[in-house]
Design a protein around this ligand. Structure first.
Ligand code: DOR
Ligand code: ZN
Length: 344
């Protein structure tokens, strides 16, 4: 059995930079026509000029003959000037602005410490229609790590949408039924991305037989009831929900450590993993819209013309890929069987 669908896009991807980027880019370019590229580099991508230079490095690192469009984003800070947002909207290559609450995740130290300081910037985004991509977790250490998404909705997202009711907003990598319900109940200006790992795993996977660093990401995996809600949202056909892998490469040494980094590397087999999740819901016929239509429509970009084919065929994912500086990159499902295979 095989399925052929319109070539998909990844609406949330970490490509890193330099040798790390060169190592992972071919995986995404093989699977996707375009990707929204996260700006959490060190230093972060805070201006259109820096985003333009980063985009040029990505294009230069593409293997010959491979076509892949990086859709750039700006990293919002407390001091992003409104003029930078206007420049971004006019650039033609910056497609969104990313909100990281300061300290929420990898390289978020320069993120927003007080969203109230961004009112002028958010007003310009509302006016220009430039989407805000939101890492939706509070950073308050008093809030349990499993509740940070739900509390973010109450403390930050609801008030923000009351102040900026027309802002186009993507609630990124949602992990709870609370987030899925919230997005469903908002207007058409609010959507969400869902990762493959949050569709396939619940929080037990982090502790299965021992601590499993390759199942640690942020927002952290949640209870089974939340995974079920995400599967329901992704396979519902609702155009508010679309594919965003949040594939986030970290070297093996930095994951398998006393204080391991957050992030699952899924880019090498992303569509295979999503296909497995959709198959589990007997909803393979809904995969194309989720992977190839809803995100493009929300971002007001044309749908892709090409096609890809997934065949039901077992294969073994490598235990590791080569990464930067002679290090290894361990993918999610390393050395394990996959049920679907993307054909070349
Ligand atoms: O698990 C994660 N890894 N979550 C994020 O939000 C950031 C990402 C990264 O950049 O490694
Ligand atoms: Zn991310």
């Amino acid at each position: 059995m095989q399925i052929t669908i319109t070539r998909p896009d990844d609406w949330h991807l970490h490509l890193r930079d330099g040798a790390a980027m060169a190592a992972v880019l071919p995986h995404s370019a093989r699977q996707f026509a375009r990707a929204i590229v996260m700006p959490n580099l060190r230093p972060p991508v805070t201006t259109v000029a820096v985003a333009g230079a980063y985009r040029a490095r990505i294009l230069a690192a593409l293997p010959q003959g491979v076509s892949f469009a990086p859709l750039m984003t700006l990293y919002l800070t407390d001091s992003t000037p409104p003029e930078e947002i206007r420049r971004a909207a006019a650039s033609g290559f910056v497609h969104a602005v990313k909100l990281y609450p300061a300290g929420a995740t990898t390289n978020s130290d320069s993120g927003v410490s007080d969203i109230g300081r961004c009112a002028a910037v958010l007003a310009v985004m509302e006016e220009c229609g430039l989407p805000l991509l939101v890492h939706g977790e509070v950073t308050d250490p008093a809030i349990d790590v499993f509740d940070r998404e739900k509390v973010f909705i109450e403390r930050i997202l609801q008030p923000l949408l009351l102040r900026h009711p027309r802002i186009r907003l993507v609630f990124e990598h949602i992990t709870t039924s609370d987030a899925a319900d919230f997005v469903r109940d908002c207007g058409d200006n609010v959507a969400a991305t869902i990762t493959a790992h949050h569709l396939l795993y619940n929080r037990n996977a982090i502790f299965a037989g021992g601590i499993r660093p390759h199942h640690y990401c942020l927002p952290v995996l949640k209870r089974e009831q939340h995974r079920q809600a995400l599967l329901g949202a992704a396979t519902s056909g609702n155009p508010k929900f679309f594919l965003g892998t949040d594939s986030a490469p970290h070297s093996q040494a930095s994951k398998e450590a006393a204080c391991g980094c957050a992030g699952c590397y899924t880019a090498a087999a992303a569509l295979e993993l999503y296909a497995e999740a959709f198959e589990s819901m007997a909803a393979l016929d809904r995969l194309e819209a989720f992977a190839s239509f809803h995100g493009a429509d929300f971002h007001r970009l044309p749908r892709n013309a090409g096609k890809i084919t997934l065949r039901q065929e077992e294969w073994l994912l490598p235990t590791a890929f080569a990464y930067a500086d002679g290090e290894a990159l361990v993918p999610l499902r390393a050395g394990e069987r996959l049920r679907w295979r993307l054909l070349d």
